[in-house]
Design a protein around this ligand. Structure first.
Ligand SMILES: O=C(O)C(=O)C[C@]1(C(=O)O)C=C[C@@H](O)C=C1
Length: 292
């Protein structure tokens, strides 16, 4: 049975992996820190790792992009997009009303990304509380259960509340309803997910030559004149020298096409360094998709 490392249990990552991969065909390896998720596949403890890389409102999870660029050399094998619905969980049942009960809280625990997705909610109901960041939302719910304090609550998925027997005080507390996170599955072998992929994408990492004026323009035109669509381009520091960058580029084309390898050859010819991070199917959430 293939092993899949992820942040869990009780996380959005876990919910999304169960949706797209199911619970029967794989063994899940729970980690409480994202570093351990990455290292699990690097060290061979797992066959795949699930990495959240982008959120509708927060944009890229830059730390995770940097891991993919600098720390690991494991290709992306699949990508999925999953809706993020955040709930507030406490030890006791909600008493009178959310507003009144929130006044009795002194601390809220959650993942930093989740807190930044609930800014308006926190400002409106919980401006007085201490915010404590932990490695995952599942860990937040576990901590609230372990502490057993009525004045501490967690922002976490519904699944985490159920897992740790917490009471749900409010659902869908994220600032924007159209909240989605994009996850990638990294591993050394291709993998079959449930359902039909929407498309095949390729992600590359490009370093421009520093002695070539207009290199960025020329690189982009290698895709443009072939009418190859780029769905994302993001620069990150190489961390080698101030002012030098990698470009993460998501391309709506497969390496099996004729045009994409030709475009990559063209940009290499002007001195760009190109690393292919993966060529993989992309899946989107279907609410009607049967849950397992
Ligand atoms: O802690 C979790 O529940 C996670 O799955 C991690 C994570 C992230 O790192 O972005 C995943 C999706 C949500 O956007 C918030 C947190």
């Amino acid at each position: 049975m293939k092993r899949i490392a992820l942040l869990g249990p009780g996380t959005f990552t876990e919910e999304s992996a169960h949706h797209f991969l199911g619970t029967e065909a794989f063994e899940y390896v729970n980690c409480s820190l994202i570093d351990d998720v990455f290292m699990s596949t690097v060290s061979g403890k797992s066959d795949y790792s699930v990495i959240p890389i982008e959120n509708t409102f927060d944009g890229s999870v830059r730390l995770h992009l940097d891991w993919l660029a600098n720390e690991v050399d494991v290709p992306m094998q699949a990508e999925w997009v999953y809706p993020i619905s955040i709930s507030l969980h406490g030890i006791q049942p909600l008493g009178e009303a959310l507003e009144t009960d929130c006044r009795s809280l002194s601390k809220v625990v959650s993942h930093s990304v989740t807190m930044s997705q609930c800014r308006q909610f926190l400002q409106r109901y919980l401006p007085h509380v201490e915010l404590e960041q932990v490695g995952s939302n599942g860990e937040a719910a576990r901590l609230v259960k372990e502490l057993g304090r009525p004045d501490v609550a967690a922002l976490s998925p519904l699944s985490a509340g159920a897992l740790y027997g917490l009471n749900t005080w409010a659902q869908d507390v994220q600032d924007h309803q159209n909240n989605h996170t994009r996850f990638v599955l990294i591993g050394h072998e291709p993998i079959q997910l449930k359902g039909q992929p929407l498309a095949i994408k390729t992600t590359i990492l490009v370093t421009l030559p520093d002695d070539y004026p207009g290199a960025l323009h020329q690189m982009l035109s290698a895709f443009a004149w072939r009418r190859i669509n780029l769905s994302k381009i993001e620069s990150r520091p190489t961390k080698k020298k101030l002012g030098t960058y990698y470009f993460f580029i998501d391309i709506e084309a497969s390496m099996d096409s004729v045009l994409l390898p030709a475009a990559l050859q063209e940009i290499e010819a002007i001195g760009c360094q190109v690393r292919i991070l993966g060529c993989y199917p992309t899946y989107s959430f279907e609410p009607t998709h049967p849950e397992v």
